[in-house]
Design a protein around this ligand. Structure first.
Ligand SMILES: [Zn+2]
Length: 297
């Protein structure tokens, strides 16, 4: 049984390929960050190696070893040229415990040109009984020569309701406060289950997000000197931790988007549902162009 929520179209495709004994030698998983590409690549790997009739069984030696990242025929490969060259060495060796080998490459978009060229050479003449599972946020970030040699498997965002139901069941949430939080996080996740799970389990998540929103308010309501001071702080933080700044910008963009949606009376589509009143106030107080200009400064 697939231990993965959603993306049934991908299971069906892989299962059908197995029935027709047409397992591709390379798959390319495509989807935004935190949508579940890493988890799905492991589920596909289990499916390919599982020895039970109903695959992936999650219990056979193959499945258990893959779950424990303790399978000699499954190789998680990095993005550097030296790591890709390692594949060249390992690819022709016979598998130890399985009938085939699987090489998994995450963040395909981070492959250097040299590494991409080395990988392409391997994909051009794929050895028997070897499968590659490469994941990337977008096909356009990979050389077309690599993408064209893979079967593309696109992961789609899940519905807000499905993410909410998953959080409620998976974390056994029964109290009203927990349900409210799950509702908010499922809206904010934009269909990315991995993101929702990380946000729900990160005890600082809501605090950080609320802080980012208060910064947004300070910028909109502040004068030029206050905005300048804040932009300097953000710039300093950017040098220390880029990921945090990207998270802040993502929160601000979602906030801006919600203001626009409220101005067009699309209340049901906003994601920052706990700030609806404040968003309406901001929309009434400022023209959208003024808000965008403030952020640009
Ligand atoms: Zn199994």
């Amino acid at each position: 049984m697939w231990k993965f929520e959603g993306q049934e179209h991908i299971y069906k495709l892989i299962q059908n390929s197995m029935v027709k004994t047409r397992i591709n030698h390379a798959y390319l998983l495509l989807g935004p960050e935190h949508i579940g590409k890493t988890t799905l690549s492991l589920e596909i790997t289990k499916f390919l190696h599982c020895i039970d009739e109903i695959k992936p069984c999650q219990n056979c030696d193959q499945c258990v070893r893959i779950n424990e990242t303790n399978h000699p025929d499954i190789v998680l490969v990095g993005n550097t040229i030296s790591e890709i060259r390692e594949i060249q060495e390992k690819v022709s060796l016979s598998p130890f415990l399985s009938n085939s080998k699987t090489f998994i490459i995450h963040n395909g978009e981070s492959l250097t040109i040299e590494a991409s060229n080395a990988l392409l050479k391997i994909l051009e003449e794929p050895p028997n009984n070897v499968t590659f599972i490469i994941s990337a946020t977008d096909e356009q970030y990979l050389p077309s020569t690599i993408a064209s040699r893979c079967q593309k498997l696109e992961l789609y965002p899940l519905s807000t309701e499905r993410i909410y139901d998953y959080l409620i069941q998976h974390f056994d949430i029964s109290n009203d406060e927990g349900k409210e939080e799950a509702k908010l996080i499922s809206k904010l996740s934009k269909g990315r289950l991995g993101w929702a799970i990380t946000a729900y389990t990160d005890t600082n998540f809501l605090q950080t997000r609320n802080h980012d929103i208060s910064l947004f308010d300070q910028i909109i309501n502040g004068d030029m000197s206050e905005r300048f001071l804040l932009s300097q702080q953000l710039s300093n933080n950017f040098n220390k931790n880029k990921d945090n700044i990207y998270t802040t910008l993502e929160t601000w963009l979602s906030y801006l988007r919600d203001i626009m949606l409220l101005q067009t009376n699309s209340h049901e589509l906003i994601i920052n549902i706990d700030y609806e009143k404040k968003l309406i106030e901001l929309g009434n107080k400022f023209e959208l162009s003024t808000i965008i200009e403030s952020i640009k400064v």
